[in-house]
Design a protein around this ligand. Structure first.
Ligand code: ATP
Length: 289
């Protein structure tokens, strides 16, 4: 028995940090959406009580530190599953990039093993379990557009934003999410207009989405990674309607509505930046009127 799942990347349209909680987590508010750059994960049923994870990517651990492995272990223990699994990750999402690649692998593992092990859990139940693996895993279980609150695990689903092209560009050096949060000074934060972003999405207002892109973690990551600002400027210069760093970075994304402009930005970044992708937002609707 065998099954397969896609594990798509996410981008942050907003990222706000409200305060540090007594449990040391940061209370956040983030509007996130899912794009069609995805890892591909295969799950092979093992009759023996054994779990393995493999990936060809040298930055991804092939052991119990892998987030997909941790998700599988949690599901197995919680539901007393006697069967095992071999998990093969074909990594397409850049690692330590602010695109939630590891979290998405964990979420895809919960969905895939729910089928393979015939557990019949709902997505809501998987999202609650996912929060035990990592703060972004709950969002990734749904692969949608949502407002995430709490430490990221409280998900309020939104309609997808207006159709557009997303150009993703990742500088070579990865960024550690934990160290970015640790360096963030909570006084003097210029907060995003989260309610305005939610409203713009619900109103199908592309310009409203573009004008409200904001990520408070840029103040930490940009000074340490000058390439991030250079990529932002290059994208704007080549015609992007709006640009932002995703998550804790360093990946930058730009939004455009015309394919020809997406191509122009892509071409202007190749050579300048090692990893560049042109992708779509998942579940986008066309305006019908
Ligand atoms: P986020 O946006 O959720 O902060 P990220 O995109 O910045 O995450 P990841 O690609 O998820 O970062 O990787 C973060 C770290 O997690 C890496 O250093 C990597 O070693 C580890 N890791 C564990 N499992 C995985 C996995 N399946 N895929 C990628 N990284 C993984």
């Amino acid at each position: 028995m065998y099954t397969i799942e896609k594990a798509p990347a996410k981008i942050n349209l907003t990222l706000d940090v409200l305060y540090k909680r007594p449990d040391q987590y940061h209370e956040v508010e983030m509007v996130m959406t899912t794009v069609d750059l995805a890892d591909r994960i295969e799950f092979f049923l093992l009759e023996e009580d054994k779990m393995e994870v493999t990936s060809e990517n040298r930055f991804v651990p092939n052991d119990e530190r892998n987030l997909a492995y941790r998700a599988a272990k949690l599901l197995k223990e919680r539901y007393d599953v006697k069967q095992g699994v071999q998990i093969k990750i074909d990594k397409q999402i850049p690692v330590a990039a602010g695109l939630a690649g590891g979290s998405s692998d964990a979420a895809a593992t919960l969905r895939g093993l729910n089928r393979l092990w015939k557990l019949n859990l709902t997505l809501d139940e998987l999202a609650v379990l996912g929060a035990e693996v990592g703060s972004d895993v709950s969002f990734c279980v749904y692969n949608s557009t949502a407002l995430a609150k709490g430490r990221g695990e409280t998900i309020i689903e939104l309609p997808p934003p207006p159709q557009c092209w997303v150009i993703l560009a990742k500088p070579i050096q990865g960024v550690s999410t934990q160290s970015v949060y640790q360096s963030l000074q909570l006084d003097n934060i210029e907060h995003p207009d989260t309610d305005g972003m939610v409203h713009a999405i619900k109103q199908f207002d592309y310009q409203g989405v573009c004008s409200r892109l904001k990520n408070v973690l840029e103040v930490v990551t940009l000074p340490k990674n000058p390439e991030v600002e250079q990529i932002k400027q290059q994208m704007l210069h080549s015609g992007a309607d709006a640009v932002l760093m995703s998550g804790s970075g360093p990946t930058v994304f730009g939004l455009v509505q015309q394919e020809s402009r997406a191509d122009r930005i892509y071409n202007s970044l190749r050579g300048f930046c090692e990893e560049v992708y042109v992708v779509r937002i998942l579940g986008c609707r066309q305006r019908l009127d």
